[in-house]
Design a protein around this ligand. Structure first.
Ligand SMILES: [Ca+2]
Length: 402
């Protein structure tokens, strides 16, 4: 008998954010279980796990994780890594390799699906624009524009400048060039804070003077574009931190929606429900007190979930979040839930709260702790010795004469 033990099967919970791009950072959340016992006395160039691959491309943990990075047994750990070159798309899988083999990936948390279940993914790699060759053009057109970034080596790549097609002349992974076409209307001055902008505009505040009482005047944020409404945890170098997030939510169907929010320590979430006056925001959820990361999956109270709101398909709804951390741990995440309608059955939605309440098991998802080995050719005497040894620690072994 060989015992395959859950205690030595690490589990990957999810990537955060799951939408990634070349050179972006993402956190892998995992529980090493007892496997940590097998990874003692590491050399200086080793990590406690062997590597993590997304879509076959290794995350780069250099300067972020090394041999003495502390992880805990039976605990939600995280490791931040940088994304390398990998194919664009949503078919990337997550593989975290340990000395004992690959970790199990928890579908329940790691898999994301569109509300209609037509597209599911564990990690989605999107193209990224780092810079463009010119920010000034002419209505007469004819200008050559080169966009630098990653992920453009695709015959379907298209470029628009001010809403007008820019004729693609050359493309490769790291750049795409196009010829700007004439336009009668000069392009509006674009800021990220408008419908159509991608991602979530994030301002991160990290300092000793980040107090709740002066939350409206926090200054000098690090600004970035986030790919989900969730922030990395516990990165601050000062005693307190905060986040302000700005985005547009596009309702995929006309239905009721509610928003789940958790944080450590305080947070707020607003939405512009009046599409004719989108920046006139309504306070949907307010939390004063800390919870663990993503705690909204484990409780439904008025300070973790909003009332249902009616939203119209295709409309842009302004959303804004604010988070304040008063020391020690920090986290902040907002998620959305869509309600079933008469014309739309979403009870099978992967992340619907209705589904999560069911417990199911299928042979595919089962992990057996016991496996039987059949010896078909025992030696002549009719007996043999079976010895199993832990390659990482020779003092752990099983020996049996049978
Ligand atoms: Ca805190």
């Amino acid at each position: 008998m060989v015992r395959y033990m859950k205690a030595y099967t690490p589990v990957v919970f999810y990537l955060s954010p799951p939408v990634i791009y070349y050179e972006s950072y993402t956190e892998i959340w995992f529980d090493p279980k007892n496997t940590l016992y097998l990874s003692q006395n590491l050399k200086s160039d080793e990590m406690v796990f062997v590597n993590t691959e997304i879509g076959g491309s290794k995350l780069d943990f250099e300067f972020l994780v090394d041999y003495d990075t502390h992880f805990r047994y039976y605990y939600d750990n995280k490791a931040m890594g940088q994304v390398g070159e990998m194919p664009i798309g949503h078919s990337s899988d997550i593989k975290m390799l340990w000395e004992v083999g690959h970790a199990m990936v928890s579908d329940t948390e790691a898999k994301h699906c569109s509300y209609d279940m037509k597209r599911c993914y564990y990690a989605m790699n999107v193209p990224v624009v780092f810079n463009i060759s010119s920010h000034i053009g002419y209505t007469s057109g004819g200008q050559n524009l080169t966009i630098h970034g990653y992920g453009f080596n695709n015959e379907n790549v298209t470029v628009k400048v001010g809403g007008v097609d820019c004729k693609v002349t050359q493309y490769q992974d790291s750049s795409v060039s196009c010829e700007v076409q004439p336009t009668t209307v000069p392009t509006a001055n674009a800021t990220l804070n408008q419908p159509g902008a991608n991602g979530v505009r994030r301002q991160y505040f990290n300092g000793t003077d980040i107090h709740w009482s002066n939350r409206d005047t926090w200054a000098n944020p690090e600004q970035s574009v986030a790919t989900s409404f969730e922030v990395p945890t516990n990165l601050k170098t000062h005693s307190r931190s905060g986040n302000k997030m700005y985005a547009w939510f596009v309702a995929p169907e006309t239905s009721q929606y509610r928003f789940h929010m958790t944080c450590n320590d305080y947070c707020d979430f607003w939405m512009g429900l009046n599409t004719s006056d989108p920046l006139n925001k309504t306070h949907l959820v307010q939390r004063r007190g800390w919870t663990n990361s993503r705690f909204h999956l484990r409780q439904l109270t008025s300070d973790t979930v909003s009332d249902w709101v009616n939203l119209t398909k295709g409309e842009n709804y302004y959303v804004e979040g604010r988070h304040w951390d008063n020391g020690w741990s920090d986290n902040f995440a907002v998620g959305v839930e869509i309600n079933k309608t008469e014309t739309m059955d979403i009870t099978n939605h992967h992340h619907a709260m209705k589904e999560i309440q069911y417990i199911s098991a299928s042979p595919k998802d089962s992990k057996f702790e016991t496996t039987r080995i059949t010896i078909t050719n025992p030696n002549k005497g009719g007996s043999y010795a079976l010895s199993l040894q832990n390659p990482k620690n020779l003092s752990y072994s099983v020996y049996k004469n049978i």
